[in-house]
Ligand binder design. Sequence first.
Ligand code: PEP
Length: 249
Amino acid sequence: MRKKIVAGNWKMNNDLAQTETLITELKAQNGAADVEVMIAPSFTNLWQAFNALKGSSIEVIAQNMHFAESGAYTGEVSAAMLKSVGIKTVILGHSERRAYFNESDAILAKKVDAALANELQIIFCFGEELADRKSGNQEAIVANQIRNALFHLNAAAFKNIVLAYEPVWAIGTGETATAEQAQDMHAFIRKTIANTYGAEVADSISILYGGSCKPSNAKEIFAKPDVDGGLIGGAALNASDFFAIVNAF
Ligand code: PEP
């Protein structure tokens, strides 16, 4: 059975006090037992969030990490540092990292290796831009992003990988992919994995949808057979909206 996951990416939002307030509100919500719920606060608030959620079923995850173990990388955070504050999962390849911080497929492949070497689970993000979708190139773009960053791995590594399809044109824009567009792409992604790693790996990997997912559209998207949950940006900053999405399965 594939894991159902709803993960909230807080991006560069919420200082320490706001993090504490939102976590208190999240703890007051009830989610279905079969859905794994995750939140990704800023680096500065991970330790506080981890402690505040001890004993809760909500997992605290990181938004990013560097590929090096340690050293002269001013401003960066390593996998070992994340682990030392209790983090077990990291988001890699978010489109904002790719666009604003020049994270190429080659850099992401190194980050993937570093995360796995440190036994971190990865939520690996990818997705096409609007121009790619308009020209009908979305599948080729997505297949390349996955291949270039992940297909050097062996099949066993995929146990620690969750995929997140996030069409760039739908992130933070209010524009959502239709449930059919999400399903078509998720089925294509699963087929791409199956072609290289076989049906067992493909059938057991969770593929999340991300891009303006909200309480009003989550139900229809999550009902699709190849959609195993969501990576949520804006709507994750409000506890009741976030849990309405968690409970949309
Ligand atoms: C995201 O940043 O991963 C995301 C999906 O954002 P939003 O839900 O705000 O579109």
